[in-house]
Each structure stands twice: as structure tokens, then as C-alpha cells.
Design a protein around this ligand. Structure first.
Ligand code: GUN
Length: 291
């Protein structure tokens, strides 16, 4: 079994991005600039956005964190988005999800300028991605492709089962893995909460992408010997023995599945760090498109 070390791979990527930013400095060009809007005080979202901002600093990007009150109205948020759309010194931005319930997520995503949509959530980017046109690919699926590529894992002709159909992970990764390309050409099955006999599907999979959000859902009996396991789950599970009061668990029962797999992502330290690195990569791409 080989551990797909997302932490190290993300670090390698950050070093590459940092080196590119260094060449801009030499040419007296401004660095790429990423902004993040966070509405409310959700603990996990605060942690993710904090990591994104720190990573920007590490690679030499400018970053702006816009923290808005939980009770911010949809109109106020739309006004802020319009400001960011108009800001010529900003290359990309994200609106951290989930948003408070009184805000219509669809309306917000539609308001983001697709040229600055480094999350790749705008329908224009999603559609372009699905049509194999130049597009911002959402950071988590993009990170999975990068991990598979850097570890030279063959996907062509393989049976890949994606468990989960979210707009952010399950749906886009299922499209990307079936497309033509260096990491692609897989035969993809999308499974979800209504799938019957899921274990019959996963037991026949060469590659399993778990993006369900149910801790330790995938067990050893559901996996064939030698499968590649990509775990996108990051759930906080209460643990009073831990100083933080919780531990992070993936969608895979790691110990028992790891011993059967050929490659597996740990949680934490697998897909999570890759997501942040690919957001930086998208921001650099947004910058390079303009310059
Ligand atoms: N919430 C969970 N994952 C993400 C992400 O990749 N981007 C944004 N904006 N919100 C998220």
C-alpha cells in the first residue's frame, strides 16, 4: 500500500507556485491576489478560510479576507460581490460555502464574474469544464486529478466508482475522470444515497472516490484487493478525549481499507491540502490569463 501524500504533494505545488511568484517580483509585477468572503462564524469554514489565507501568504500572493456577519443580507453580499468583480487588482475570489440559510446560494454563485471564479462554481465554468473547454476546475476535483497524475496512477479503461453527487466534488470528478486526457478515460459510475447494492459496485471498482460525508462508511468488505482509494470526507466527530473536543474522520475506515488497497489518501493529509494548493493554482491561472 502506498499513501497518497496530499500534504507533501500540496507542499511541492506551493513551492512551484512560490517560485513563479518570485519571477514576477524580479520583473516588478504585482503578485496574484485572492480574496475570500466568509459569512458567519461556522467553525469548519473559519478553519478552511484561515488555511487558504495563510497559504496565500506562504506563496507570496496578496490575500484579502472579507468576514461578514451571520445576519448579512443577500443584497449586501451581492453588493460586495459586485465590488470584487470591479476590482482590477483582484484576480480571483471565493465565497465560502455553506452560506446562511436566508441567502440564496444559486443567486450568489451566478453573480460571481466567471473570470474571477477560481472555485469554478459558476455555471459558465462548470459548463465549460463539462465541454472540455478552458475553465476553472473546482479545487477538490482538480486536486484529485493532480494527485493521480503525480503518483502516475493509471485511470484509462479503469472502473471508477464515485460515491456522492455534490456539485463541488462528486459530479465534477465523475465528469473529469470520464473525459479524454492524461488523467481520464475511466469508466465512471456515480453512486449516491439512493443507490441500491452499493457494495456490489464498489467491490468491482479499480478506483473509488468517496465524497459522501459519512465517517468511516467504506469498509474493507466493500473494496476489492488492490483498489485505489480517494477519500474526500472531512467530518468532525465528537471525541471528548481530544483537546479540541473532536477528531477529523474521512468517509473510509482507514486502517482496514488501507491494508487491501494499492494507493490510499489519508484523512487528514490527503485530498484536503490538495484543495488549497489547487485554489492557489487557479488564482495563478486567473492572473496569468490577464497578464
Ligand atoms: N465549502 C466546502 N468546500 C468549499 C470550497 O472548495 N470552496 C468554497 N467556496 N466553499 C467550500
Amino acid at each position: 500500500m502506498v499513501l497518497l501524500d496530499g500534504k507533501k504533494t500540496a507542499q511541492d505545488l506551493k513551492e512551484e507556485i512560490k517560485a513563479t511568484v518570485g519571477t514576477l517580483q524580479v520583473k516588478n509585477q504585482r503578485p496574484p491576489h485572492l480574496a475570500a468572503i466568509l459569512v458567519g462564524n461556522d467553525g469548519a469554514s473559519l478553519t478552511y478560510v484561515g488555511s487558504k489565507v495563510r497559504s496565500c501568504e506562504y506563496v507570496g500572493f496578496d490575500s484579502t479576507l472579507i468576514q461578514l456577519e451571520e445576519n448579512t443580507s443577500e443584497t449586501e453580499l451581492l453588493k460586495k460581490i459586485e465590488e470584487l468583480n470591479q476590482d482590477a487588482n483582484l484576480d480571483g475570489y471565493i465565497v465560502q460555502l455553506p452560506l446562511p440559510k436566508h441567502i440564496n446560494e444559486e443567486k450568489i454563485l451566478l453573480a460571481i464574474d466567471p473570470e474571477k471564479d477560481v472555485d469554478g462554481f459558476h455555471p459558465s465554468n462548470f459548463g465549460r469544464m463539462a465541454l472540455e473547454m478552458d475553465a476553472f476546475i473546482p479545487a477538490t476535483p482538480f486536486g484529485i486529478l493532480e494527485l493521480l497524475e503525480r503518483y502516475q496512477i493509471e485511470t484509462s479503461g479503469k472502473h471508477c466508482v464515485v460515491v456522492g453527487r455534490s456539485h463541488i466534488v462528486g459530479r465534477p470528478i465523475s465528469i473529469l475522470l470520464s473525459q479524454k486526457g492524461p488523467v481520464g478515460n475511466a469508466t465512471v459510475t456515480v453512486a449516491h444515497s439512493r443507490t441500491e447494492n452499493l457494495a456490489d459496485l464498489t467491490r468491482n471498482a479499480d478506483i473509488i472516490v468517496m465524497a459522501l460525508g459519512i465517517p468511516e462508511f467504506l469498509t474493507a468488505d466493500m473494496v476489492k484487493e488492490g483498489a485505489v482509494i480517494i477519500d474526500v470526507g472531512i467530518t468532525r466527530v465528537t471525541d471528548t478525549n481530544h483537546p479540541k473536543g473532536y477528531v477529523i474522520r474521512g468517509d473510509v475506515a482507514f486502517e482496514e481499507v488501507a491494508s487491501k488497497s494499492s494507493y490510499i489518501t489519508p484523512v487528514p493529509g490527503g485530498v484536503g491540502p490538495m484543495t488549497i494548493a489547487m485554489l492557489l493554482k487557479n488564482t495563478l491561472l486567473a492572473y496569468q490569463r490577464k497578464h
